[in-house]
Ligand binder design. Structure first.
Ligand code: DX5
Ligand code: ZN
Length: 224
């Protein structure tokens, strides 16, 4: 079964509790949190203080996607705020091996990710150490961008590598996911879908969530 991780980046933050409850009741598996610092990406979102508040709104796993420089310096703060898993960018973490070890030492699951122009082969040395690999299908920084179809090859690579080496990481996809693009990433091997604007910009959040989940489930059923 494909997991769904709604990104609250496009949520109405004045009604965040209500909107998280809508996706939780609709069957969300994780809540995806986009942390941006205005340096690694040209946008600023929120940090540990707000996450500690979000932690009280839901019992679902909190999935933090760090789009920040010097990520190593903040791992402990995000862990203390109550996130369950921390995903870092290979472009922002020159000592990725040690960063993953640090996330694990904090008792959190570790994920790695990469920008669209970064080759997926850069992640190969750490794939046996992580619980999650996130394929960015837009440039990180903003919600509501268009899915980049060339990224499907990265998903296929990660899916094949996982099989060949009997590994167990989730393959998460983030950016431009909606009911039209979800089937293609699922057929390529994605196991977790992040979706922001296609859920939270919709007139009815739970219905939009369900449509994406259904389109992913149909595609998963068609896989060989
Ligand atoms: C973009 C973020 C995404 C964002 C996706 O940098 O990583 O998680 O919320 O938004 P949509 O689903 O609107 O492309
Ligand atoms: Zn994200």
């Amino acid at each position: 079964m494909v997991k769904m991780a709604p990104s609250v980046l496009s949520a109405d933050f004045s009604r965040l509790g209500e909107q998280i409850m809508s996706v939780e009741n609709a069957g969300a598996d994780w809540i995806h949190l986009d942390i941006m610092d205005g340096h690694f990406v040209p946008n600023i979102t929120f940090g540990p203080l707000i996450i500690a508040g979000i932690r009280k709104l839901t019992t679902l796993p909190l999935d933090a996607h760090l789009m920040i420089e010097n990520a190593d310096d903040y791992l402990e703060s995000f862990s203390d705020a109550g996130v369950d898993q921390i995903t870092v960018h290979v472009e922002a973490c020159p000592h990725l091996w040690a960063t993953i070890d640090k996330i694990h030492s904090l008792g959190r699951k570790a994920g790695v990710t990469l920008n669209p122009a970064t080759p997926v082969s850069l992640l190969e040395p750490v794939l046996h150490k992580v619980e999650l690999v996130l394929v960015m299908t837009v440039e990180p920084g903003f919600g509501g961008q268009q899915f980049i179809p060339e990224m499907l090859d990265k998903i296929v690579f990660l899916h094949d590598f996982k099989r060949q080496h009997a590994l167990d990481y989730e393959i998460q996809v983030d950016g431009g996911i909606n009911e039209t693009t979800a089937p293609s990433v699922v057929k390529a091997g994605a196991t977790v879908l992040v979706a922001g604007s296609s859920i939270f910009d919709a007139a009815h959040i739970a219905d939009a969530f369900q449509r994406i989940k259904n389109s992913a489930a149909v595609a998963a059923g068609q896989m060989t």
